[in-house]
Design a protein around this ligand. Structure first.
Ligand code: ASP
Ligand code: MG
Length: 404
């Protein structure tokens, strides 16, 4: 008999009917004798609604109070899910993050898990009960409620699975797996049967919104195998596991697109190593990550720097950079408009050559030019005109033979 963690996202518990559907899925496992822990998100839209209400009262609500507020979304769904299970004869009990022993640091609204005691999870499972745990929340050592950052229920599921050494961790969501590209853009995109943590991580941070990147990182670090699958059908999903690179035959597993990047141009920066270092250090200290950097030499000992940040983070980045430049005594900062970031990802790149050639040939075939480029061992990303992004993804997907 297996020990299974199942996580259901906001859409899967979005209303009473859907919560009944979740209960039925849980019952199917439980009645075969499996021990089941269920992790749920808030109903879809609820967390956003709570954020909006807080913002209507205060432009800068205190983060401790935000956590007290946001944690209520998941508290609603654990209770309702347990009630739905009781209604179909399944013994079950709910646990908040704190009760499940999810101990975090005190960085409210983006807390990190420091350890998981598991609370009484295993004892309740041994009694034959299903335990339903609130995703996205934990508590500090001193008992303050914290949340784990948006999308954090995935992290709860992976972390609980790691701590109780579950045999299987299933992430039920509104898509039925990870595809070679967004099926809404690329009609012949294929569902991938399996992917490595590394690939999933690159896809998650390259705009494929299937899962929170932090959760994948945690799974990689703790070697948790998990499956992404749909709560609306019984199709097998995509298995994410540590993979032997030598088994890879295809160079590229998928093409991801992130439409929400903004190009930042810093002009007239003193061309000294300490100036560039100060700029990126200040951005890092402000919790801002940058991507796709290029530096051009200007004249008179000045340099120009271009890079991309998340569009959501642009206003903050501009403020931070302006302050750095003031300190350095020279330089200007401006937005050079939105860009889309297209990434090809695959562990097979390590052993295949010609990936860049195929990528740029495909981009050329649709007249797309790019000057911002980054690469890692298993990824090449290029920034491009958002208006051409869909066409570019289709061309690249076809060039790597990823279609059906
Ligand atoms: N309810 C939280 C959010 O919307 C956590 C989650 O759904 O994973 O971000
Ligand atoms: Mg989610």
């Amino acid at each position: 008999m297996a020990l299974i963690v199942q996580k259901y996202g906001g859409t899967s518990v979005g209303n009473v009917e859907r919560i009944k559907n979740v209960a039925a899925k849980v019952k199917a496992q439980w009645s075969q004798g499996h021990r089941v822990v269920v992790v749920v998100s808030a109903r879809s839209g609820v967390t956003n609604e709570l954020v909006a209400r807080a913002k209507a009262l205060s432009s800068l609500p205190e983060e401790r109070e935000m956590d007290v507020l946001l944690a209520t979304g998941e508290q609603e769904t654990i209770a309702l899910t347990v009630m739905a299970l009781h209604a179909i004869g399944v013994p079950a009990v709910s646990r908040t993050g704190a009760q499940a022993g999810i101990v975090t640091d005190d960085r409210h609204t983006r807390a990190r898990i420091v350890r998981i005691t598991g609370g009484d999870l295993l004892a309740r499972l041994d009694e034959g009960k299903v335990v339903v745990v609130a995703g996205f929340q934990g508590a500090t050592e001193s008992g303050e409620v914290t949340t784990l950052g948006r999308g954090g229920s995935d992290l709860t599921a992976i972390a609980v699975a790691a701590s109780i050494k579950a045999d299987l961790c299933q992430i039920y969501t509104d898509v039925d797996g990870v595809y070679t590209a967004d099926p809404r853009v690329v009609l012949d995109a294929r569902k991938l049967p399996a992917l490595s943590h590394e690939e999933m991580l690159e896809l998650a941070s390259s705009g494929s919104k299937v899962m929170q990147a932090r959760s994948v990182e945690f799974a990689q670090k703790h070697n948790v195998t998990f499956e992404v699958r749909s709560s609306f059908n019984d199709n097998p999903g995509t298995l994410i596991k540590s993979m032997d690179k030598t088994l890879e035959d295809a160079a590229v597993a998928g093409v991801a697109l992130d439409r929400s990047q903004t190009r930042v141009t810093v002009g007239d920066l003193p061309d000294r190593p300490d100036a560039v270092a100060a700029l990126f250090a200040d951005l890092g200290d402000a919790g801002l990550s940058v991507d796709m950097i290029i530096k051009n030499l200007g004249k008179d000992g000045k340099a120009n720097l271009t890079f991309s940040v998340n569009t959501d983070a642009y206003a903050k980045a501009e403020k931070v950079i302006a302050e750095t430049l003031r300190r350095l005594g020279s330089g200007t900062v401006r937005s050079a408009g939105e860009v889309a970031k297209l990434s090809v990802v695959g562990v097979g790149m390590i052993s295949h050559s010609g990936v860049a050639a195929t990528l740029f040939k495909a981009l050329a075939s649709v007249g797309v030019n790019s000057d911002l480029i980054t690469t890692s061992e298993i990824k090449i990303s290029v920034a491009l005109d958002p208006a051409k992004a869909d066409e570019a993804v289709r061309a690249v997907h076809a060039a790597f033979g990823l279609g059906k």
